[in-house]
Design a protein around this ligand. Structure first.
Ligand code: NG1
Length: 541
């Protein structure tokens, strides 16, 4: 149900944050952004779009295999202030063409950018019958550029709402953010969601007909659009980050499932459990390393799924990219139209999968990965069909493909998500259960996840391994990497009354934190509170 709701639009900050204390904590930032906008662009903003980052509590690298995950939005967010330019500039001025953007960022290292989308037109100007078929925006996927994420959000708005005769307004924008970039807290998804929302709001499209449905855009549809938009930056992501950023509610984690459709249900977190994020300070740029890391894993899991389907006699179309989730669904006779099978049944099927994975190992016993040639042969497809289905849309770089390890991680991690969720639900249903026993049980599942990410999915790194070990030594019940890994943040489960001591111990023992104090330290290691999802603030005239 949560995914079917409209995007909230507020005119009052206290309504947005829901309580006075939190409002006061954040008001200064919002005011500063609005004032700075006025200084730079000579008028008040019309809207500020907000999208939070997220911490994934459990369920790593399984969203793109269509398995459910369990993240929570964090309070750290991206804010984008905007105002249309048409009211103040005559059309003859430069940068006034339809949809042109002047984008500034409060962080001085991110320089001012000016860009305009290029329409592909059809029809005759003389007869006043020009139709725009498609909009194009140059997005540089080869290097990390802040405005690429703004453009990615814009792309979907242009191509979903402005094909035809309607034209987007020229707009000035000012961005600020507190989600550390490249840290696994999803600053990229927060940027893309905030940008998508901001371009919808400034063009008056939040209330209008979404893709001919006759209805305004829902949270679920915004998630879908933001996922498509983020692909423009070159990462074939699953939908976890965008869903968490858009649909989250305060005080709960969100169980997000993707198959057969996107569903999100709040999962209460046990009393006394606090999740602490710690940044390893290894910056992992997913877009730049995608062909060796993220996108390679996407291809490995897809190839593994086809080979397993073939081995298990599961139906799969010649050109279909069946996922590991669909393999178990079809194996269990799940009917797509009836929704997801009961989670108890899913657990049962998952438990059996471990015994089926041998087929993914190479014949030579001295290595675990298969070569490209072996993988194609195992898939039962011809080389050209394999390339067409699995490699034509993505660039990967590898000599061996670790199908066995990847599938083993995915199925076991999917099971851990269900276990984690069940522990939370059971604790909420029986308030008399021992809080410590609940936290210990959750911590154990998190530690198993870290081991699996490190050894099977190989998405950890020495610094993340060290940081999770130090966290356990400092009293955490569980600690794991969060997000894509290869750098970025860890999330540790700590008992509420031990948070301060925990943070102190980790900051004294993790080398890269030496010398950090005060605000600098709280930038890299901090307790999180599950926050609300994305929204729009509208300034009244
Ligand atoms: P991060 O790196 O935290 O943005 C990425 C993907 C997620 C998910 C995780 C791994 C994007 C935008 N996000 O998260 O969808 O696959 O890795 O669990 O690519």
């Amino acid at each position: 149900m949560a995914a079917q709701q409209p995007i909230p639009v507020y005119t009052n900050l206290a309504d947005l944050y829901g309580n006075l204390g939190t409002t006061l904590n954040h008001a200064e930032r919002w005011n500063h952004l609005a004032e700075e906008f006025q200084k730079r662009f000579g008028r008040k903003p019309a809207y500020i779009a907000r999208a939070p980052g997220r911490v994934n509590l459990i369920g790593e690298h399984i969203d793109y295999c269509l398995f459910g995950v369990l993240p929570a939005a964090v309070e750290r967010d991206i804010l984008i202030a905007c105002a249309p330019r048409s009211a103040v500039h005559p059309p003859s001025e430069p940068h006034h063409e339809a949809g042109s953007v002047i984008a500034e960022n409060l962080q001085p290292k991110y320089k001012r950018q000016i860009f305009a989308p290029a329409p592909k037109r059809r029809g005759s100007v003389a007869e006043d019958q020009v139709h725009i078929e498609e909009w194009h925006l140059d997005i540089n996927t080869k290097e990390l550029r802040w405005e690429s994420y703004v453009k990615a959000g814009y792309y979907g708005v242009l191509n979903n709402y402005f094909t035809g005769q309607d034209l987007p307004v020229p707009v000035d924008i000012l961005v600020t953010g507190t989600v550390p970039a490249g840290s696994g807290l999803s600053s990229s998804a927060a940027m893309v969601v905030a940008s998508t929302l901001m371009f919808l709001a400034v063009n008056d499209k939040l209330d209008s007909n979404f893709k001919g449905t006759g209805n305004q855009i829902t949270k679920g549809q915004l998630v879908e659009m933001a996922v498509m938009n983020e692909k423009r930056v070159g990462v074939n992501s699953g939908g976890m980050d965008q869903a968490a950023s858009v649909i989250s509610i305060p005080s709960s984690a969100l169980y997000i499932s993707f198959y057969p459709t996107l569903e999100a249900s709040p999962t209460p977190l046990p009393l006394g459990a606090v999740f602490v994020c710690a940044n390893s300070l290894v910056v992992s740029d997913k877009a730049v390393t995608a062909k060796r890391n993220y996108n390679l894993r996407v291809v490995e899991t897809l190839a593994a799924a086809r080979i397993l389907a073939r081995h298990l006699g599961v139906r799969v179309g010649q050109e279909e990219k069946i996922t590991l989730r669909e393999v178990v669904g079809r194996l269990a006779g799940e009917v797509e139209e009836e929704g997801e099978m009961p989670l108890e049944k899913l657990k049962e099927v998952l438990q059996k999968m471990d015994g089926e994975l041998e087929v993914l190992k190479p014949t030579a016993s001295d290595r675990l990965g298969v070569t490209m040639e072996e993988m194609i042969k195992m898939s039962g497809l011809s080389e050209s069909d394999f390339n067409n289905v699995y490699l034509s849309w993505v660039e990967v770089e590898a000599t061996h493909f670790n199908l066995y390890k990847r599938a083993k991680h995915v199925y076991s991690e999917a099971l851990r998500v269900l276990q984690f969720r069940q522990i939370c639900l059971d604790a909420a249903a029986s308030p008399s259960s021992s809080p410590l026993a609940v936290i210990e049980a959750l911590g154990k599942v998190m530690n198993e996840s870290q081991t699996s990410c490190r050894d099977l999915y190989e998405c950890s790194c020495p610094e993340l391994n060290e940081l999770t070990n130090l966290a356990i030594e400092a009293g955490a019940y569980g600690s794991r990497l969060t997000g894509a890994g290869w750098g970025g943040c860890t999330v540790s489960l700590v008992a509420e009354d031990n948070v301060e001591v925990f943070i102190k111990k980790v900051s004294e023992t993790y080398g890269p934190y030496k010398g950090l104090q005060g605000e600098e330290l709280s930038e890299v290691i901090f307790a999180t509170k599950p926050s609300s999802g994305a929204c729009v603030f509208k300034f009244e005239d």
